[in-house]
Design a protein around this ligand. Structure first.
Ligand code: PLP
Length: 381
């Protein structure tokens, strides 16, 4: 074996990649495992989306390399989606870049703006990819605490009291994954002002706005936000298209062109059919969001019952595609708790600790499980 790069030694295989291998092993042994771990939508995209991709594959040029910036028509559809959803204006020519999922955007942004040794503010708890990508580009994650008692919002005064001179990027994610907390407009403004004072690029990762959320928001709604903010968004959860790999980033022309410099050296455009399907999805009407949320609401009510049965508590005002549940004080390890349930009841739940040390004492349930399966899980206790 050839010695790997030093940077690879700073990261581990992604938790779900390892744990789901274990879960598959249990299923292969014949165990009836119910997977409540991962947020991979099990529902289908709309029929308009399926029609669009089917028709597209027969069009001339459909199988050629595509533009690095995506079809102009896709960027226009993204601009209209942001205008209609949030009242945010973005120039499709210069302020929008389609991505193959927002996860790859985390890498592109980091490659575009971080040098070795730069520091990155990462939420604890938060999406693990912010940390691993930071390490892969040889920058340094600096965790900021999110605590239930502060509504999972950072203490910006405490942060500002630290030396932030090496910090280049701050990752935020509202609505927040895994907790489902929302930020108010006032809090977005505070974050932007904090980042401006400290010369930090603020990135809001926003894939959950449209799931069980009555008040979808974009950080770019705040006046002047584009000067130092980027926003990532994704079709994965909103339109049940996780496996398609479509997302996008919005920001100032200068920031977007820096990201394009990286991206255009890494891939050669998104498949035409996927872009056509994405355009159809972005043009969805209220019926789409209502029917999606009806299903998730029914499932969430059942998960609340399961959570009660496990002696856990939850915030009924939380939004998004997960239920974040607080374990009883008698439980000292979330990982031991979920492993007991996995081996004993054949139910896989995510331990809060994979999102950071502040996730200890919590577990996360995905709503991407049919109501029949959730009822079966309840019956197993
Ligand atoms: N950001 C957060 C907070 C997520 O939870 C996820 C996926 O689970 C992603 C980004 C990645 O989404 P995508 O499918 O667009 O790459």
């Amino acid at each position: 074996m050839i010695e790997t790069a030093e940077r690879l030694k700073t990261v581990q295989e992604y938790y779900f990649s390892r744990k789901l291998r274990e879960v598959r092993g249990l299923i292969a042994e014949g165990r009836p495992v119910i997977n409540m771990g991962i947020g991979s939508p099990d529902l289908a995209p709309s029929s308009k989306v399926i029609d669009a991709v089917q028709n597209a594959i027969l069009e001339d040029g459909a199988h050629q390399y595509q533009s690095y910036q995506g079809l102009p028509e896709l960027r226009t559809a993204i601009a209209s989606f942001y205008k209609n959803s949030f009242g945010v204006q973005a120039d499709p020519a210069t302020e929008i870049l389609p991505l193959m999922g927002s996860k790859e955007g985390i890498m592109h942004i980091s490659m575009a703006f971080l040098d070795k040794g730069d520091e990155v503010l990462v939420p604890n708890p938060g999406y693990p990819t912010y940390t691993s990508v930071t390490k892969l580009v040889e920058a340094v994650p600096v965790y900021y605490d999110l605590k239930e008692e502060n509504g999972w919002f950072p203490d910006l005064d405490a942060l500002e009291a630290k030396d932030l001179s090496k910090v280049k990027i701050m990752w935020v994610c509202y609505p927040h994954m895994p907790t489902g907390a929302s930020a108010t407009k006032e809090q977005f403004s505070q974050l932007i002002a904090f980042a401006k004072r400290n010369n930090i690029l603020l990135v809001n990762d926003n894939p959950y706005s449209f799931v069980l959320n009555k008040n979808p928001q974009s950080i770019l709604e705040i006046e002047g936000a584009k000067e130092n903010c980027l926003e990532l968004n994704s079709l994965s959860k909103t339109f049940n298209m996780a496996g398609w790999r479509v997302g996008f980033v919005l920001g100032s022309p200068e920031h977007i062109s820096a990201i394009l410099k990286v991206k255009s050296n890494m891939d050669s455009g998104m498949f035409y059919g996927i872009q056509k399907g994405a355009i159809a999805a972005l043009q969805s009407t209220d019926d789409w969001y209502n029917s999606l949320n009806d299903v998730y609401e029914e499932r969430r009510n059942l998960i609340f019952k399961l959570v009660d049965k496990l002696g856990c508590s939850f915030d009924s005002k939380a939004v998004g595609m997960f239920v974040w549940a607080k374990l009883p004080n008698t439980v000292s390890s979330a990982e031991a708790f979920i492993d007991d349930i996995l081996y004993d009841k054949n139910i896989f739940i995510t331990p809060g600790t994979i999102f950071g040390s502040n996730g200890e004492g919590y577990i996360r349930f995905s709503l991407c499980v049919t109501k029949e399966k959730i009822k079966e899980a309840i019956d197993r206790f």
